[in-house]
Design a binder for this molecule. Structure first.
Ligand code: ZN
Length: 126
């Protein structure tokens, strides 16, 4: 191998190494970009899942609160949901009234904002 050939070989090897390094760096930065996107999506997904989960748990707590106070019949439950819907715009608390009589327990609801009172007793249970 002549000196000239050796120099050419060195230059080629050097160029190849640099190209490989360049390619490697490109791939590396691409992978990093993908990883960042993945982490961002993971965080987004986690937030979404926890929002869903919180809503689900809140509903469950509402149900437990209502049911531990008094076991509503299906009709009373429907009336309660309807009442809540109608007074959602009031953004208020709902008061529950229970009146024990010798026939059964009467149930009433009151909106703390507009003061509307509704007897939702399911008399078919009496
Ligand atoms: Zn109201």
């Amino acid at each position: 191998m002549t000196d000239q050939e050796r120099v050419i070989n060195d230059v080629l090897a050097f160029t190849e190494r640099n190209e490989e390094e360049q390619m490697f760096n490109n791939v590396k930065s691409y992978i990093n970009k993908i990883k960042r996107q993945r982490d961002a999506l993971k965080a987004e997904l986690k937030k979404y899942e926890s929002d869903e989960k919180i809503t689900e748990l809140k509903n469950e707590i509402d149900d437990l609160k209502a049911n531990s106070l008094f076991i509503f019949s299906e009709n009373e439950k429907k009336e309660e949901i309807q009442f809540k819907k109608e007074h959602r715009k009031c953004d208020a608390n709902i008061y529950y009234y229970f009146e024990g009589t010798e026939f059964g327990v009467a149930v009433g609801l009151k909106c703390s904002e507009c003061g509307f009172i509704k007897d939702i007793t399911d008399y078919s249970r009496w």
